[in-house]
Design a protein around this ligand. Structure first.
Ligand SMILES: O=C(O)[C@@H](CO)OP(=O)(O)O
Length: 406
């Protein structure tokens, strides 16, 4: 038996006026997703436990079968693992975004224009992070470059207790009420203020402005955490597997769970990602010793944060055509039975431009049996209508891999 999780990050939504009151899942042409819904078990699952932050960290941990209430130790350390940063038990990490703030004079008066600085390239951001680290490095403090706008700050011999705000939660809002507070609030704010003064005239940013792109004029800390400890996925579920994702968060969760993480050339984390390459990488894993593959596509989430309605629909259609459209016929042709769990981690509604912790629609399809809880199509409304609700989303993995009854 082969097992696939097809995860469209932030894919679920609410009715969108620009789509005539439909959700992106309702508007998208997605015959393969609908086929799975018409023959599989369809329902709703809560992936973000009540009272926890609705992030891709908590939600993807759930989908992979790890109860966030037990295993969640913050977002940035999961990314740090993927970035190869060695972490000690008393290290505290933060995500460091290179963001674009409006240039108002004092940082407190600025607005969060773009949490991604127009998706700054990795080559540019690596140079900016190296520049900032020369300013900020101390015996107990270092910045490490990651991908595009996503980087990491490590504080050594430190403790948790700093309150920060994810920058994608405050798009187009004044930053004043969202600056770091608590244990290292002042230290982080001081670095942010210095970066705001230092970065605007950096040659990388001057070149970006001359190309009509937003400068990455400030660093922004959030996503505090400490070294994660996940139990082995293979020991829990008895299968070898891999994860395929563009982003360090999902790669890090996979690595911490003992899964293989495959890098796909051209995987960007956006609607221009290499969908076909992800399908081919998944097929490669399944044909070479893995029975389980977790395919993560970041694009619908990014489109939700940016309020890109058409691109959100398009990214769902591309997941359907380029990934499921290649994977399902290959699995079918292999003659071996297979199961597919299709779902988002959390909704990223276009109307609020950030995540919600609402339950998400899922399909659990098995090639060896029809389910009475099938639906007409894969949409939020059809999934609600079946009446099936899984209150603890991390239990879905047991239903997929251990064939527990729903
Ligand atoms: O990586 C990030 O900074 C965020 C925003 O893109 O990702 P996600 O919304 O999946 O948490």
């Amino acid at each position: 038996m082969k097992y696939v999780v097809m995860l469209g990050d932030g894919m679920a939504d609410r009715p969108v006026p620009e789509l005539g009151g439909r959700t992106p899942l309702e508007a998208a042409v997605k015959p393969h997703m609908d086929f799975l819904a018409q023959h599989g078990t369809v329902g709703m699952a809560r992936t973000v436990p009540e009272g926890m932050p609705p992030g891709s960290d908590t939600a993807n941990l759930s989908v992979l079968g790890y109860d966030p209430k037990i295993y969640y130790s913050g977002r940035s350390p999961l990314e740090a693992v993927s970035m190869g940063i060695p972490l000690a038990a008393d290290d505290v990490t933060f995500r460091c975004n290179l963001v674009n703030l409006s240039e108002e004079g004092a940082l407190e008066d600025a607005t969060m224009v773009d949490y991604s600085s127009d998706e700054i390239t990795t080559a540019e951001s690596t140079e900016l992070i190296a520049f900032l680290n020369r300013e900020f490095h101390t015996e107990t403090r270092d910045l490490y470059p990651g991908i595009s706008y996503r980087h990491c700050l490590v504080l050594r011999h430190a403790e948790t207790g700093t309150d920060c705000t994810p920058p994608h939660d405050i798009s187009l809002k004044p930053v004043r009420d969202h600056l770091p507070k608590g244990r290292y609030g002042e230290q982080l704010l001081d670095m942010m203020k210095r970066s705001y003064a230092l970065l605007r005239d950096h040659p990388v940013n001057l070149a970006r402005v001359s190309r009509g792109l937003r400068p990455a004029n400030c660093c922004w800390f959030w996503g505090e955490g400490t070294r994660p400890a996940l139990s082995s996925f293979e020991e829990r579920f008895g299968v070898k597997g891999g994860v395929i994702s563009a982003v360090d968060l999902i790669k890090g969760i996979g690595i911490c769970a003992g899964l293989k993480s495959v890098d796909v050339p051209g995987a960007t984390g956006n609607v221009d990602t290499n969908f076909q390459g992800k399908a081919e990488a998944a097929i490669g894993l399944l044909q070479n010793g893995c029975d389980f593959v977790y395919i993560h596509v970041e694009a619908p989430d990014e489109c939700g944060h940016r309020h890109e309605v058409e691109n959100k629909v398009k990214s769902i259609e591309l997941i359907d055509r380029e990934i499921l459209g290649r994977l399902l016929p290959t699995l079918q042709a292999s003659g071996e039975d297979y199961a597919v769990l299709l779902m988002p981690d959390h909704p990223t509604p276009l109307s609020i431009r950030t995540h919600s912790g609402d339950p998400v629609p899922f399909v659990l399809y098995r090639s060896d049996r029809e389910s009475p809880l099938h639906a007409g199509a894969y949409t939020e409304a059809f999934a609600e209508k079946t009446g099936l609700f899984i209150p603890e989303g991390h239990r879905l993995m047991e239903k997929l891999l251990l064939d527990e009854r729903i």
